[in-house]
Design a protein around this ligand. Structure first.
Ligand code: SF4
Length: 323
């Protein structure tokens, strides 16, 4: 017998999927309405609120709304929307997990083969391979910055919940879009949602040019396909663009394709970068962040352009000399 509260909190689990399958529930107007709310909240706000009902009779509707949401978001036919939806579902699961009791915490993580053991009150150990597979791409989670012993990585519960978020996100992203034919109510709901979605402009392709160093071009390209860039990468990109003289508004538009984009937060963070006058990290620091992807021979990404000009001038002189 399925644990409905567990399934409602973690509808991506095998237990929840089996419950949906065995229930043979028909898609009702109420489930579609819930799913529409869920998808719109994910795509427009970047988050899905935790459900408020404590009535057990509402739990099945919550579980079915996830299944219907997956069908609806598949109809948007855009990788950006799928990624944004996956991030919102993962964040919702992360919120539940961070305060979850041990039994359900362990059950949810086992969904992704993550087995952990406790080392004291708030210290957990997980196998290094699972850690590497699911840890967020942020400097705090780099293995060199973690305690590793006997093939296991030490984490707090919050960190483990964050790792599980990545696992949820990856699992949703790779399982969508659903290609099977969907009921007409789902198509209708998807069409209504599509009309409310912002048009995705290819901001990055407009600005990407030879002037940008390889590291910055790479970040812009990854952002353009809605990759969830780690914090240090976003920060370095924002610092670069601010120092290159771009306006806060224009930079915020570039970040629009981030799956967890929030206009308010992005504008605040870029303004903060500008007001604090953060300097561009050196190439050596970019390398420690794991962002440097070439050997340009310049001290800082901001000097790349100057370096290119000098190299071109030198090359032209050599060519003229050859003639
Ligand atoms: S060497 Fe500097 S400019 Fe070139 S890719 Fe690395 S960090 Fe960027």
């Amino acid at each position: 017998m399925a644990d409905l509260l567990f399934c409602a909190k973690y509808p991506f689990t095998k237990e929840a999927r089996e419950y949906v399958k065995e229930s043979e529930a028909k898609i009702s107007d109420e489930i579609i309405a819930r799913a529409k709310k869920r998808v719109l909240s994910a795509l427009l706000e970047g988050e899905i609120p935790k459900f408020s009902e404590v009535l057990s009779e509402n739990l099945p509707k919550e579980i079915f709304s996830y299944a219907a949401s997956r069908m609806i978001v598949s109809q948007t036919k855009g990788r950006y929307f799928i990624s944004r939806y996956a991030v919102a579902e993962a964040k919702r699961a992360g919120k539940y997990l961070s305060t979850e009791e041990d039994g359900n915490f362990s059950k949810a993580l086992l969904e992704f083969g993550i087995q952990f053991s406790r080392e004291g009150k708030d210290t957990f150990k997980i196998p290094v391979l699972k850690y590497l597979k699911y840890s967020p791409k942020s400097i705090d989670y780099k293995l060199v910055n973690r305690e590793v012993k006997g093939g296991a990585v030490f984490c707090t519960k919050q960190q483990l919940a964050r790792i599980a978020e990545e696992a949820v996100k990856k699992s949703i992203e790779t399982s969508l879009p659903i290609k099977a034919k969907v009921p007409s109510q789902v198509l209708g709901a998807a069409n209504e949602i599509i009309k409310q979605l912002p048009v995705q402009e290819t901001q990055v392709s407009k600005i990407a040019s030879e002037d940008f160093p390889p590291c910055i071009r790479d970040l812009l390209e990854r952002l353009a396909v809605s990759e969830n860039l780690p914090h240090t990468a976003r920060w370095a990109l924002a610092v670069y663009l601010v120092n290159a003289g771009m306006s806060v508004e224009a930079i915020a538009n570039i970040f629009k394709t981030a799956p967890d984009y929030s206009r308010e937060t992005t504008l605040y963070q870029i303004t903060h970068v500008k007001e604090r006058g953060y300097k561009m990290p050196s190439c050596a620091t970019m390398d420690t962040y794991g962002i440097c992807n070439a050997r340009c021979g310049c001290f800082s990404p901001l000097r790349y352009r100057k370096g290119m000009e000098l190299r071109n001038t030198a090359r032209n002189k050599e060519t003229q000399g050859d003639i």
